[in-house]
Design a protein around this ligand. Structure first.
Ligand SMILES: NC(=O)c1ccc[n+]([C@@H]2O[C@H](COP(=O)([O-])OP(=O)(O)OC[C@H]3O[C@@H](n4cnc5c(N)ncnc54)[C@H](OP(=O)(O)O)[C@@H]3O)[C@@H](O)[C@H]2O)c1
Length: 262
């Protein structure tokens, strides 16, 4: 399917590796120019060079900024005043016992997972509404719908993203701007693979992944981790004109783990 993103500029937060990198790569594949973001010049340069080699250096734009820090959105806007597609991908997770999770832990989780997206949407969505077209996509998580005690702050941050996403969609009435969320399930990023390995020392990775699915995601229908590129396909579709009628939606890309009909 040709998604025809030529002429569009996309900003993907946290895109030097993981799901964000796969999204950047897919949007480039579909013709967009992509702003690649990470915290350090070295990681951004490394990712931009790899993507530039495949898709042309002129279509890969660097943004070195810690998006969990207030003001980073202003630095982004100073460098790149206008984007057509904003993917609020940045997010971190942590297992944390509720009773020893401090205010600071909760606040850091919300700065990273919620405030980064709020600030970037506030910065870029007005221009989209003025131009009458654009895309804002929040990368949430299945745990927004299936909150976990072992990561209450992460679950809450991901559920909050769904609310913000739907609220912002209400601002788009009558325009060709859409705001949606994508809810991945466990996805085969280096960080998740590292986590699975760390809790199963000595086990071969394939066996450790199988054990992870059995113990942690028994209701999964795909019964494996998703590939970052599989999540990126969904995001690229939402970013395209082909998805013009999908607005204000929370799209599950979690392999059927959440046992619901809607
Ligand atoms: N992986 C999963 O299983 C899974 C499941 C459901 C939902 N999700 C969601 O999907 C999104 C991406 O997850 P992921 O697993 O791909 O994450 P990840 O692998 O931990 O992300 C790594 C990327 O995040 C960047 N990054 C981290 N902190 C940053 C900051 N403060 N400012 C800018 N960039 C920052 C890193 O860049 P530098 O190192 O260059 O700074 C790197 O590009 C998150 O919102 C996550 O909640 C993931």
């Amino acid at each position: 399917m040709d998604l025809n993103l030529q002429g569009k500029t996309a900003l993907v937060s946290a895109s030097t590796s993981g799901i964000g990198y796969a999204i950047a790569s897919q949007l480039l594949e579909d013709g967009a120019t992509v702003i690649v973001n990470g915290r350090s010049a070295a990681t951004v340069q490394h990712a931009a060079a790899a993507l530039g080699e495949r898709f042309g250096a002129g279509r890969v734009l660097p943004l070195v900024a810690d998006m969990s820090v207030a003001g980073s959105e202003l630095a982004a806007a100073a460098a790149y005043p206008q984007v057509d597609i904003l993917v609020n991908n940045m997010g971190s997770y942590a297992l944390s016992d509720f009773f020893s999770t401090s205010d600071a832990d909760w606040q850091a989780m919300f700065e990273t997972n919620v405030w980064s997206g709020v600030r970037l949407a506030r910065t870029y969505m007005k221009g989209m509404l003025e131009r009458g077209r654009g895309r804002v996509i929040f990368i949430s998580s299945e745990v927004a719908l299936t909150p976990m005690a072992a990561m209450a702050h992460y679950s809450a941050s991901k559920a909050t993203q769904l609310s913000i996403s739907r609220s912002l969609a209400e601002l788009t009435k009558g325009s060709a701007v859409t705001v949606n969320s994508v809810l991945p399930g466990p996805t085969e990023t280096e960080s998740l693979k590292g986590f699975i390995e760390s809790v199963n020392p000595g086990l071969a990775y394939a066996d450790a992944e199988r054990k992870f699915m059995q113990e942690n995601r028994p209701s999964s229908l795909i019964y494996r981790l998703a590939k970052p590129a599989e999540v990126a396909n969904v995001v690229a579709f939402l970013a395209s004109e082909r998805a013009a009628v999908i607005n204000g939606a929370a799209i599950r890309a979690e392999g059927g783990t959440v046992q619901t009909i809607a």
